[in-house]
Design a protein around this ligand. Structure first.
Ligand code: C5P
Length: 222
């Protein structure tokens, strides 16, 4: 098993999870989606009517919940207290509230601890907002993945249409910009490029091209 870690950060909809998953497969590493952890807690709070803006209540909820990035048989999926929430955590209601959950210092501290444990043995491709800056500041390879806001909204729009959902491009664009604003302006571990990360703008790149570029960068660094 490869023993180094790869951190991929960037704004909403830049293609991080698609690209990170493919890079992990190609390099025989384990993919860890840290956004899914914040989404899972947000989903639980919405379901239990816990006030997302109340840090103490949210912290209590996190402490008493079991969030896992694998199923009981080791299968892929996000599980909260034994329920598979992989689809539910992508619903607009979760997406539009998750940045409030992620603002709380107590929540971030706990998530950071869990994420560092997951990467302790190395061999992970971890994606998020603060991986290169806070969770894995010593990651051997760091990528900051970006794309124009228009392109990111277009990708989300096409994804939703392909799923047979009603979609509104302008609304998506506004929501993406709003989430980026909250994620970049928060006090705790805001979204920002680590000084030693390589920035990759995917606006004009296909998924294959982005994956290949990252694998090449990784090959040169480790
Ligand atoms: O990556 P994804 O869009 O699923 O992340 C959802 C949200 O979780 C982000 O908008 C951000 O508020 C939060 N997040 C974070 N730190 C991470 C990963 C995600 O604050 N490492």
């Amino acid at each position: 098993m490869t023993k180094w870690n790869l951190a991929i950060d960037g704004p909403a909809g830049a293609g991080k999870s698609t690209v990170a998953k493919r890079v992990a497969d190609q390099l025989s590493m384990v993919y860890i989606d840290t956004g899914a952890m914040y989404r899972a807690l947000t989903w639980l709070a919405l379901n239990k009517d816990v006030n997302i803006h109340d840090e103490a209540e949210m912290h209590h909820l996190l402490k008493e919940s079991d969030i896992r990035l694998r199923g009981p048989e080791g299968e892929e999926g996000i599980y909260v207290n034994g329920t598979n929430v992989s689809k539910a955590i992508r619903e607009p209601q979760v997406t539009n509230n998750v940045s409030y959950t992620a603002q709380h210092a107590a929540i971030r501290k706990e998530m950071l601890r869990k994420q560092q444990l997951l990467a302790a043995e190395g061999g992970t491709v971890m994606d998020g907002r603060d991986i290169g800056t806070a969770v894995l500041p010593n990651a051997e390879v760091k990528i900051f993945l970006t794309a124009s806001t228009d392109e990111r909204a277009k990708r989300r729009y096409e994804e939703e249409i392909a799923k047979g959902m009603d979609s509104d491009f302008e609304k998506l664009k506004k929501e993406i910009a709003e989430r980026d604003k909250i994620d970049s302006e928060r006090t705790e571990a805001p979204l920002k490029k680590a000084s030693d990360a390589v920035e990759l703008d995917t606006t004009e790149l296909t998924v294959d091209e982005a994956v290949n570029k990252i694998c090449l960068i990784a090959e040169k660094r480790v």
